[in-house]
Design a binder for this molecule. Sequence first.
Ligand code: BES
Ligand code: ZN
Ligand code: ZN
Length: 529
Amino acid sequence: MAASIVKRVSRVKKLNISHISARYKLLTGFRHFSTSKQWNKALVLGVYENESTDSIDFTGTARKFDEKADGKISQLLLTVKKPLKCGKTRTLHAVDPEFSSVLVTCIGKRGEGYDELETVDKGRESIRAAVAKAVLQLRELGENEIEVDSCGDTEASAEGCHLALFSYDDLKAEKSRKPTVRISCATRYSQDKNSMEKEWRKGAILAEGQNLSRRLMEMPANLLTPTKFAEIIKEQLADKCEVLVRDKDWAESMKMGSFLSVARGSVEPPVFLEIEYKGRQSDSPLALVGKGVTFDTGGISIKPSQGMDAMRGDMGGAACVAGSLLSVSKLQLPVHVKAFIPLCENMPSGSATKPGDVVTAMNGKTIQVDNTDAEGRLILADALCYSEQFNPSLILDMATLTGAIDVALGAGAAGVFTNSDDMWNKLQKASVRSGDRVWRMPLFNHYTKKITECQLADLNNIGGSRSGGACTAAAFLKEFVNNKNWLHLDIAGVMTNSGDVAYLGKGMSGRPTRTVIEFINLMSKETKN
Ligand code: BES
Ligand code: ZN
Ligand code: ZN
């Protein structure tokens, strides 16, 4: 590899006739290379934002590449007087015998890190976005092998590439091309080859988990029924985890009256998934719980038809649990995790639950179902109760629970309700690394009062008014949890991406899978899990 670069450099040197300009010398070089070979391999190089018009601030890898190329990359970049700004790219062709395109992408200012107001690591986030843009542009050019600069953070670079190249086109005749992406130059220019490749793999696995979540969320509900969800999870996880698929009879035997009251309107049978990953011996696992409503029509309290198709993603919590487990098990994290996923459809029918019906949850609490569209909390109530039986060191649930969290936070962050400052600090730390943010919300008694004021039962499944809807939903869930380390993530606002996250295409986002994986990674470093 190095030999071929040196050979090219000496060829360029032979063209070094003093009366022609440096630029012309380079152009003659181009012509020579472009006719000699058909390439389909490209290289992504990073540069930092730099005001100077006569120097380029390359990343370590890019600088070494430029040196090997006898300064050709910097010369070409400097032919244009406008310095590259963060997120902008320049594509150079035939500057190297190995690569048909060398795409230079600007990764923002050197040394950028934690931004307190944004609660995110800006450096890592800029890398993800910059390499994502680069690989998509190179795919447009028909490149099918792409080597990517680590940009000083190999993991973030791998995440950006693999997240950007995701598409759900299983049901289309025309599939989008998937160029192969790998860490660039690590083998050639870095002494630290093994650790870089390990980090690249970690980033790729983090993205793979999120991409599984996205795929499951995107799948249409006629294809992804509760039964099919369970089948896919078995396929994806069975070699690394124990997967138990419980049926309706089992749920009845567990007295999960709240969960079953949602499922009863549909012809699709409900499923309760129980998954265990045992990366270490322990009798206090981390418990993950995910809302798995494979389609939410609202039931008898039916939703308006506009935009209802998005409710195929109402199993986003379940999908993020599955995606997290995929990555945790592939990374072989030394941690014990148990996951609980209630799966059903929320449909209106002759057998559906009606507003005003009263149902009994597993812990014996009675619930007046005044709105059948507030079904997520009903299925989670039983799943949370059940998870408590396994002596978990913490319980983290994820659910596309309320439209109200979208009103409050939009796609800026997932809303987090927790009874533990320590858990909150750890989750937030994880989200700073992942770039997939969280924001803390209140669990005040104020909201509990709204759902305990109930005419017929112990609890009402709605808070009476629309005010603080995400908080009353969380207060409802709190009635089914005793654990001192409980986190509830309302992910309805981050369910889809409509362009806010630069490295995720439009559609179901799979957020906040990577935050949860990072969080589990942090927890795995604590001995008791
Ligand atoms: N699945 C919805 C919440 C949702 C809304 C998810 C938008 C994703 C995007 C949930 O089951 C629901 O319908 N909640 C109701 C609760 C209300 C009836 C108290 C809501 O938010 O309107
Ligand atoms: Zn609903
Ligand atoms: Zn729902």
